[in-house]
Ligand binder design. Sequence first.
Ligand code: FAD
Length: 645
Amino acid sequence: MCEQVWQFIREKKFFGMVMPKKWGGLGFSGHGHAVVIEKIGGRSPAAATTIAVPNSLGPGELLNHYGTPEQQQYYLPRLAHGIDIPCFGLTGPASGSDAASMRDEGIVVKENGVLGMRVTFSKRYITLAPVATVVGLAFKLADPNKLLTTGKEGITVALLPTQANPICPNGIPGLRTGERHNPLDIGFMNGTVQGESVFIPMSAVIGGEERCGFGWNMLMECLGEGRGISLPAGAVAAARLCTMAVGGYARVRKQFKVPIAEMEGVQEKLSNIGMYTYQVVAAQAMFDAVLANGEKPPVLSAIMKHECTEKGRKATNDGMDVMGGAGISRGPMNFLAPVYISTPVSITVEGANALTRSLIIYGQGLTRSHPHLLHMIKAIQDGDNQEGFNKELTNVIKHAFTNMGRSVTRGLAVQVVPKGNDISGYYEAQMSRLSANFAFCADVGLTMGGGIKTAEFLSGRYADILSNLYMGYSCLWYYEKNKHVEGLDKVLDMAMADHCFKIQEAIFGISSNFPIPLMGPVMRAFTFPRGREYAEASDKMRRAVSQSITKPSEVRALLSQNVFVSKDEKNRVNQISRAVSLACEADGYLAACRRAKRQPTAEEQKVIDEAEVLRELIIQVFLSPFSFLSLCACTRAPRCWVAGR
Ligand SMILES: Cc1cc2nc3c(=O)[nH]c(=O)nc-3n(C[C@H](O)[C@H](O)[C@H](O)COP(=O)(O)OP(=O)(O)OC[C@H]3O[C@@H](n4cnc5c(N)ncnc54)[C@H](O)[C@@H]3O)c2cc1C
């Protein structure tokens, strides 16, 4: 990114979007934050990443919740105004997904009368590190000489300025930043944070001495919101861009003398794009509404992170198929390649998706959503609470039998029959039935004890059920708010058919692979007594969804909201936005002329010619005069990019 962009971002307080107004921030809600990331993400993943990080898991969030008054008063206004640029270092060479296994260690010391820590650390992949002026650092703290009066040993989070300031008057000599990684040539700042036996004064610990050892809880509490907002927002941006621009391109691009949007093979991809867009938009809207109610739902944020980034990736992949060579040839005309290239970043960061699906979603969800399990675990932890344990165990068993009854009765009573006009009512009944089925399957899962958490083939499928239930309910919720949109019921139909089918397949997958004899068949008999009932989206559904995003329609307008359309008429997304209705009108005239075996009128010919001119522009790709990608290959941040120095 060029210096003007950095300047703009800082001046307009993009780094302080979620920071409360009292500290000089913009005080945006989660949804406000999400739509800004979304708007930028479809155009520049590099800028969106740069802005998202300080607004999600960063020093700002941690200081706001846990900082001492001195830390808050000094840092927060500076962060809000972009005077300080933050980064946060958790990941190291040996500790990626298993972040708690970090090797970065410090011991409490007292030097020249100042209480502090000597810490050795090596962090990598840290976004914004090469330009950061304050580095959030997580490390394991030991206190062999018992110098701590409050706080304790354990993971601790400190804020290290790269230059001396009132909180750290001597700076942090030995702190090294500036080395860069090159994440897929996307162009955002990412690099290392290192130091050997660096002295960090106690005043640098976020929250001060009393917060020593509480770093892990602080991180987990603050991670949830960012994980559920910024990464899903990037995925929504990708999906909306595909609906708007790829859907439009498919209408304009012709092969075999017809728009490719009319070919069933392409419609298969386009209908996926429409469906994924609806699903992620709905999930985002419902999650942001939950946050606005003051909830901090860790399981839902994990579901959001996994489901939205996966669907964003699939929409982008399908988009690339539809674009053909126009998606592959790099250059300013190619609106999709930057999004495609940056997709693996959102899959990997803040809990890589394989880990999130197979370990976090169900592992966390199981104990948190069960009405008695947490109490039972607590009774075990209490040691000699036999009576409490027996009571909770009885509750767990009673609950299991109730769930079993509900699962089989709903499985028999809720029929998969023609839907009539009440599509949302029909799917609401299916979701209620599938929720009952899930509750019973989860009880069966308990027979594996703690082993279920590491049986990742199974827990991944359990996560799929839970995730598809959340996504399904959010589709119904979003439809309720937007049912005036003509044609939205068709998209809802396809989206819900997809969720029901995936839940069914996950249940069959668990029951076929359940390791305890007889449990699998029991699970199947009490969930799907009539056997498989849900089918994948039909061709009719696909045709309807594909048409709705490739022609001017209320659905296309709803799902394309918030896509950045440049005012520059040479911009490809701008051209496509103008071309879709023109192409439809022109093709309508041509078809009418063919049917009537007549020539177009002068007025019709004018529209046909205009559409043709625009089409000719849109099918061109950039001719690269030199290898411009090599320009991105520098390995250190140029000084002019180093903000605040
Ligand atoms: C561009 C970029 C920016 C980043 N920014 C930051 C940052 O600002 N601050 C920061 O601290 N970190 C940052 N990270 C680090 C990021 O959070 C880690 O990359 C991530 O946690 C995964 O760690 P890893 O890359 O070492 O992969 P690994 O941990 O080696 O994982 C490799 C694969 O194994 C899977 N896996 C691991 N364990 C399990 C399990 N138990 N079950 C199932 N699957 C499992 C993972 O899902 C993944 O697919 C960034 C990374 C990238 C690439």
